[in-house]
Design a protein around this ligand. Structure first.
Ligand SMILES: CC(C)(COP(=O)(O)OP(=O)(O)OC[C@H]1O[C@@H](n2cnc3c(N)ncnc32)[C@H](O)[C@@H]1OP(=O)(O)O)[C@@H](O)C(=O)NCCC(=O)NCCS
Length: 179
């Protein structure tokens, strides 16, 4: 797979993480609100977690990019694809620091990473899932044109509670028709 790209949207630059990002990353990703609706973000989130994440982001099957504001370069969140090459599909994930919610940034970033996945990586399918108690994320996936594929009942265990996982998927030919 190609090295992590730098992608541009109207308001955002999505770019590879670097070690110097850690200080700015910690307060953004470290809030309980961000951890509460994600599967893999620890809480509390330590510098060691950040270093482990940066190492993981280097692995060949993952593209994890910092979401930054074009206006001033500030980090506001993260977005990524976990690629399963034999099946030519990838799982989409994203998060934003709380103060940046509600401005359409996640939708804007995700729309560009879908384009990258289908057009540049040539993927066949991109899917994503969200906890049932996180309808905001479902709204984003629907806005991206992803099709609701069903509820995986109590599929995941988050903070000692089994939670329903809502699955969405998009095939390359469906994406092409929309674009
Ligand atoms: C989920 C998250 C990325 C949303 O980011 P965001 O930039 O605020 O999202 P957007 O502004 O692009 O879109 C949010 C949409 O959800 C809608 N929405 C907000 N609250 C909602 C709710 N309770 N129910 C349904 N839709 C809701 C908004 O109105 C908006 O839709 P619209 O543009 O049609 O008005 C952000 O809340 C976050 O980082 N949460 C913690 C991490 C997380 O949950 N990541 C996703 C894991 S699957």
């Amino acid at each position: 797979m190609t090295a992590s790209p730098t992608l541009e949207t109207t308001r955002l630059t999505l770019r590879p993480y670097r070690e110097t990002d850690i200080a700015e990353l910690l307060p953004l990703i470290g809030t309980r609100e961000v951890a509460a609706t994600t599967l893999r973000i620890a809480h509390p989130y330590t510098e060691q977690d950040a270093r482990a994440f940066l190492a993981l982001a280097q692995e060949g099957d993952k593209i994890w990019l910092a979401i930054t504001l074009r206006a001033d370069g500030r980090q506001i969140g993260g977005i990524g694809l976990r690629v399963d090459q034999p099946h030519q599909h990838a799982e989409l994930g994203y998060w934003l620091g709380v103060e940046h919610w509600g401005k359409g940034y996640a939708t804007e970033a995700a729309r560009e990473i879908l384009r990258y996945g289908f057009e540049d990586l040539g993927l066949h399918r991109i899917f994503a899932s969200h906890f049932k108690h996180n309808p905001t994320s479902g709204r984003i996936l629907a806005k991206l044109g992803m099709r609701y594929e069903g509820c995986q009942r109590e599929h995941l265990c988050k903070w000692d509670q089994f939670v329903d996982s809502e699955l969405y998927g998009l095939l390359r030919q469906e994406w092409e028709v929309r674009e």
